[in-house]
Design a protein around this ligand. Structure first.
Ligand code: SF4
Ligand code: SF4
Length: 443
């Protein structure tokens, strides 16, 4: 993400807040693979000078010789498309949407915007609605729908999804790998907890954040959402929890752009209203913050999209920018804990890959070792697909090895699906940095 703010680069919070007030008119989404050739004028695509840096950075291309890589998926298909009839190649479905190529390109070619648009076109025009792949991908992309249903009877759902017969059927009928254990649903969702608690414990006109919890912290790991609320309240913030849908991340990755657009419209409307109420937006999942900050303005132009993008932060990043989080941690301690930290690809794109390790260095009793720059390999729904499982594990192998070499037996990451992969590959328990901050800072 080219214009993401790095906490290390910023020491004037007022400037950051002023920058964050962006006029919606400034964003001009462009149809990269538009219906009309006249519309198909993405100047950034012509900036590709074929250096292949993006291909070198692509974790899928590194382990899968059949995958042509990001340069082909983006600028080259675009050029073919401009020259004449060209159907989007099905290999675009093998891109995991890790977005590492975006970060790698020295020429700011809008690779992930091109991939998302091309994938949407491939699914619309090249994939049968009756195919097993389409049905499976639509289900995975709409995890929130499944989770809402499953979490109404969490014990029964957890029992069924943990049953090996059900797992085998899922694989045979739907192509969802039986190698992974389905994540358990919480007995009380984050939103149920929030409601039974009576909402915010702190009221403030000056310090207000709207929490975008996403699907996973709501249905599977409400402890992360509770930690976010308690940590922000400990700094005097009033926390709002607006109505929200899926951020769209799994929908983009599966080319379900109509589903993503419907979800994004609701999210933008609700989050823009929270901004009107004086709140900034915080997210605990780095893929959710990535969606709101980068993918929404690249693909949609609802009123308020630009403001939401400009006022969204990853939760810990926000505290580093606007509070003395380092100082608060220097005055705190926790009982000895050592973590093996993996930075999600989407955290790298937002310039916040190093922050958890730096922060825990300041906290007595805690230490975190960065397990290196490799991709975890799961990329949301990608590693759940039967035919992608081996690729996913081959990509993750370097991270597993470095975790095992680290002087720690607990993992640490901001991304819920990276956490799944870390647990799956090593058997380690994995925590979110907000949970560590809660243990250190909240009475
Ligand atoms: S890194 Fe950028 S400029 Fe280089 S080949 Fe890839 S898209 Fe083109
Ligand atoms: S998003 Fe990731 S998997 Fe897809 S082309 Fe770019 S680097 Fe490769």
């Amino acid at each position: 993400m080219s214009d993401a703010r790095n906490p290390d680069d910023t020491d004037d919070t007022d400037d950051v807040r002023q920058e964050a007030t962006v006029d919606d008119e400034a964003f001009e989404p462009v149809a990269v693979f538009g219906e009309s050739e006249e519309m198909d004028l993405r100047p950034g695509s012509d900036d590709c000078y074929k250096c292949s840096t993006c291909d070198t950075a692509c974790p899928v291309a590194e382990v899968d010789d059949e995958f042509p890589g990001p340069k082909f998926q983006g600028p080259e298909q675009w050029r073919l498309k401009r020259k004449g009839d060209h159907d989007i190649d099905e290999s675009v479905m093998s891109c995991s949407n890790c977005m590492r190529c975006d970060d790698a390109c020295p020429s700011d070619v809008p690779l992930s915007q091109m991939h998302n648009t091309a994938r949407g076109e491939y699914v619309k025009n090249g994939m049968s609605r009756l195919s097993r792949e389409y049905v499976r991908n639509r289900m995975l992309a709409n995890y929130r729908t499944l989770a809402r249903l499953g979490s109404t009877v969490p014990r029964l759902t957890n029992f069924l999804m943990g049953n090996s017969v059900v797992q085998t059927l899922n694989e045979k009928l739907l192509g969802i790998t039986s190698e992974r254990e389905f994540p358990e649903f919480a007995e009380e969702t984050f939103r149920e907890w929030w409601e039974s608690r009576g909402g915010a414990n702190v009221e403030s006109d000056d310090k207000r954040v709207a929490y975008f919890h996403g699907c996973y912290a709501n249905y599977n790991t409400p402890a992360v959402g509770k930690a976010a609320v308690r940590v922000f309240e400990s700094f005097g913030y009033e926390v709002l929890v607006p109505p929200q849908r899926c951020s769209g991340t799994p929908m983009f990755a599966n080319g379900m752009l109509d589903d993503a657009e419907r979800a994004a419209e609701v999210n933008v409307e609700e989050l823009a209203a929270a901004i009107e109420d004086g709140a900034d937006i915080i997210a605990s999942c780095t893929s959710c913050s990535m969606s709101l900050r980068q993918e929404y303005p690249e693909l949609f132009d609802f009123e308020g999209t630009a403001s939401v993008a400009a006022r969204t932060y990853e939760a810990v990043e926000y505290l580093r920018l606007f509070e003395d989080l380092d100082g608060a941690l220097e005055d705190s301690e926790i009982e000895g804990q050592e973590f093996a930290y993996h930075a999600p690809c989407h955290a790298r794109n937002q310039g916040i890959a190093g922050q958890a390790v730096e922060l825990l260095d300041r906290l007595d009793g805690a230490s975190a070792e960065d397990v290196g720059p490799s991709c975890s390999g799961i990329s949301g729904t990608y590693g759940w697909k039967q035919e992608k499982y081996d690729t996913s594990m081959a990509i993750g192998a370097e991270m597993f090895e470095h975790m095992e070499d680290a002087d720690a037996e607990t993992g640490l990451t901001e991304c819920p699906t990276c956490a799944m992969q870390m647990e799956h590959g090593t058997g380690y328990e994995v925590r979110h940095p907000l949970e560590v901050l809660e243990a250190a800072l909240v009475e």
